[in-house]
Design a protein around this ligand. Structure first.
Ligand SMILES: Cc1ncc(COP(=O)(O)O)c(C=O)c1O
Length: 310
């Protein structure tokens, strides 16, 4: 990964190489952490963070669900992130806030272990590649089932939960695919290992609803809004595995990957990125980069002092 200069750690700006934790930190052993993946884009008006507040609200929600009291408010984390982007001199970057139980007490119930909070920012290109965004990716339905709300909290973005995504992603990568799509225990489609999924057939745009063990993606929400504004309703419903194969178009969306068409699933050809996918993708890209007037309110602009020219 590409280093930046500073990381914000529990209220302080710390040099990248000095942002360290003890090996006996609770979160390191048990996955007791929650995090966010956010992106900041270069725009005509300077760096802008996409739907920053919604991401920080989801961080706070995930922390609450896993009994991790945060010592900083959403506004404090927002301000710290703006300052961090300025100090690192970045125009665009990936933003990773993480709250985790730190060092001090072991065992599963460790309320006295402090809850630490960090924010790191660094340059990071599209997760599934620019080529994937252009021409589509090849996906594999995972043999691993998506975690369910009977044992974990799919709506929370919690560190330990990502072992499920890692198993699915690793399986698909080892088999030569770009991404995994996970089903639930009943065989109903949930989502990608780090993205929500949309299926288009005979003009209907469908995506799994909240009962399908999905993360309530902020990109997903944005896509639903964009589709509605373009005159298309997105139906939230159960999706069968075979519907993936029979679809006219399939795409994935998430902060890291952005909007990525899927061109093949389990060796069934979906085909070149379709018309609706292209239409929504173009608008989504415009929204991310501050080119869509109607979605400017989704951007949290980082004020950067104008450079002094001599
Ligand atoms: C499992 C999972 N689903 C969906 C998403 C997409 O969510 P968002 O659009 O908020 O990044 C992510 C990424 O955070 C994810 O990790």
């Amino acid at each position: 990964m590409e280093k930046s200069e500073w990381i914000w750690m529990n209220g302080e700006f710390v040099a990248w190489d000095d942002a360290k934790v003890h090996v006996l930190s609770h979160g390191f052993h048990y996955g007791s952490g929650v995090f966010e993946g956010i992106r900041c884009y270069e725009t005509d008006r300077g760096p802008a963070i996409f739907r920053h507040r919604e991401h920080l609200e989801r961080l706070a929600m995930s922390a609450e669900l896993y009994y991790l009291p945060l010592a900083h408010s959403i506004d404090e984390v927002r301000d710290a992130t703006h300052e961090l982007i300025r100090r690192n001199g970045l125009e665009s970057c990936y933003i990773r806030p993480l709250a985790f139980r730190g060092y001090g007490e072991m065992g599963l119930y460790a309320p006295t272990a402090p809850v630490e909070l960090i924010v790191a920012v660094w340059p990071w290109g599209a997760y599934l590649g620019e080529e994937g965004k252009r021409n589509g990716v090849r996906a594999k339905v995972s043999s691993w089932r998506r975690i369910s709300s009977s044992s974990l909290i799919p709506h929370a973005k919690a560190s330990g939960q990502y072992l499920n995504s890692i198993l699915a992603k690793t399986e698909s990568a080892n088999a030569g695919y770009d991404e995994a799509i996970l089903l639930d225990e009943a065989g109903i489609v949930c989502e990608g290992s780090g993205e929500n999924v949309f299926v288009i057939r005979e003009g209907e745009i469908a995506t799994p609803g909240h009962t399908a063990s999905i993360l309530d993606g902020i990109s997903r929400k944005s896509v639903i809004q964009i589709a509605a504004d373009l005159g298309y309703e997105v139906v939230e419903r159960d999706i069968a595995r075979s519907e993936l194969y029979l679809a006219d178009e399939v795409f994935l969306c998430g902060t890291a990957a952005e909007l990525v068409p899927v061109r093949e699933i389990d060796d069934h050809e979906i085909g070149e990125p379709g018309e609706l996918t292209r239409l929504i993708q173009a608008k989504f890209e415009d929204a991310l980069h501050g080119r869509a007037q109607e979605y400017l309110e989704w951007l949290d602009f980082v004020e950067v002092p104008s450079k002094v020219t001599s």
